[in-house]
Design a protein around this ligand. Structure first.
Ligand code: PLP
Length: 413
């Protein structure tokens, strides 16, 4: 009996469960591929709507779909199901957490954000500072790595100063692909009485989380990247049990306790769990595809997904270093410091990305001003595809193919 199974082989059986565009798809860090079963899940919902109308809320169990999906998300983040809820969208969930938990005080009113954080996070944070009478010019503390690129161990934790009330930090930085040291950040934030809010959009479904063990206070994420739930899919938020009972800053009737929601109480009676942070009627059409996707994660397991993801990104980094000396690998090579993507830097990144897509059908993406991102995803990509991408990059550079492409912007990169 072979005790040593190859994780890549073990997950290879899942590849056919995803619909794949032609070519090599390495853009799962932007929009994950469609699990084939998502199509029938959406059709099933349409059929339920067609046949049952409003009665489907009860007869087809629409009412607690968000809670049922949260049960399956819980193992991916290492939390109890009632500490998280499938709801809202990434930016709206951050707004909800800031509205509910940002409590500025005289000498503790700043919000810290990482320079490379997704812009929407920065806009959301700045808007909350303004709403509370603050001034983003002085109250928004933007921090960046000493080398301008990636944080060295301990570097970000050192920047958490006592005048900071809240720190909004990505688990994986979307540009560089660096995975930040969550346990270290939680500890430093606790020491300085800073509320840490994690943006897990680029780690959920790719990096296993253990929010309990790491004492993560609050987190939010999207479901359309590594969770493969479709464009604009309903996201999620996490609230540590110790923080239950805080009134939702942005209140809406769906946050009522489910047993009294339809009594339409005059005063809101928020569910005393993460469910209380829901605002509106759940967007079921953007939520059902998450079901079949999570079912795949249950069978594949997040630990195997992580092992294979690390093998693929490691292979990508090594091949890039060997074959593409003129390109800088930005993503850290240490496994505990990277998420699921590899970022490369080249002055002609925009045109290289375009030529890779149009001529070689290698679908990665470009992030201004000079970054190329590739996410080999454990559930549907293979080592052979990594080799094809590297070979295409080599050819593009050797033949200067990118010079034939205009430098103009594409609206979705
Ligand atoms: C890290 C991160 N945060 C926030 C967002 C904003 O997401 P949404 O458009 O779902 O609000 C994105 C979008 O890609 C993201 O990558």
């Amino acid at each position: 009996m072979n005790l040593y199974t190859d994780p890549i082989q073990e997950l290879a059986g899942f590849h056919d469960e995803f619909a794949k565009p032609e070519g090599v798809y390495f853009a799962g860090n932007s929009l994950g591929l469609m699990p084939r079963a998502a199509e029938s899940a959406v059709k099933g919902l349409i059929e339920e709507w067609k046949h049952y109308g409003v009665e489907a809320w009860m007869d087809c169990h629409w009412l607690d779909l968000a809670e049922r999906l949260s049960l399956a998300v819980a193992p991916l983040v290492g939390a109890d199901p009632d500490e998280l809820i499938v709801t809202g969208t990434t930016t709206v969930n951050l707004h909800q957490l800031l509205a509910s938990f940002y409590r500025p005080r005289a000498n503790k009113r700043k919000i810290l954000i990482e320079y490379h954080a997704f812009p929407s996070d920065r806009y959301a944070v700045a808007s909350h500072l303004r709403l509370r009478g603050g001034d983003p010019g002085s109250d928004l503390m933007v921090v960046w790595p000493r080398d301008g690129q990636t944080f060295s161990p301990g570097e970000l934790a050192e920047k958490l100063s006592t005048d900071v009330a809240v720190a909004v930090v990505p688990s994986v930085i979307f540009t560089t692909g660096q995975l930040l040291p969550i346990a270290e950040l939680v500890e430093a934030a606790e020491q300085k009485e800073i509320l840490l809010i994690l943006d897990c959009s680029h780690s959920i479904g790719c990096v296993p989380h253990d929010f309990h063990h790491n004492r993560v206070p609050l987190a939010f994420w999207c479901s359309y990247k590594y969770l493969n739930a479709g464009p604009g899919a309903v996201g999620g938020l996490f609230c540590q049990r110790e923080r239950f009972g805080s009134a939702p800053g942005l209140a809406g009737w769906w946050g009522n306790h489910s047993s009294t929601r339809f009594d339409m109480p005059f005063e809101m009676q928020p569910a005393g769990t993460a469910s209380g942070f829901q605002i509106s009627t759940p967007n079921l059409l953007s939520m059902v595809p998450l079901g079949p996707s999570l079912e795949i994660f249950q069978r594949a397991t997040i630990s195997k997904v992580r092992s294979v993801s690390l093998m693929l990104t490691d292979l990508f980094i090594r091949r890039a270093q060997e074959a593409l000396p003129e390109i800088e690998v930005v993503t850290p090579s240490e496994p505990d410091q990277r998420g699921g993507q590899v970022t490369l830097r080249h002055a002609e990144a925009r045109r290289i990305s375009t030529v890779l897509r149009r001529r070689h059908r290698i679908i990665g993406d470009f992030r201004a001003p000079d970054l190329l991102r590739f996410a080999p995803v454990a559930l549907y990509n293979s080592p052979d595809e990594v080799d094809r991408a590297i070979a295409a990059l080599r050819k593009t550079l050797d033949l200067s193919e990118y010079l034939e492409i205009s430098g103009t912007k594409e609206s979705v990169t």
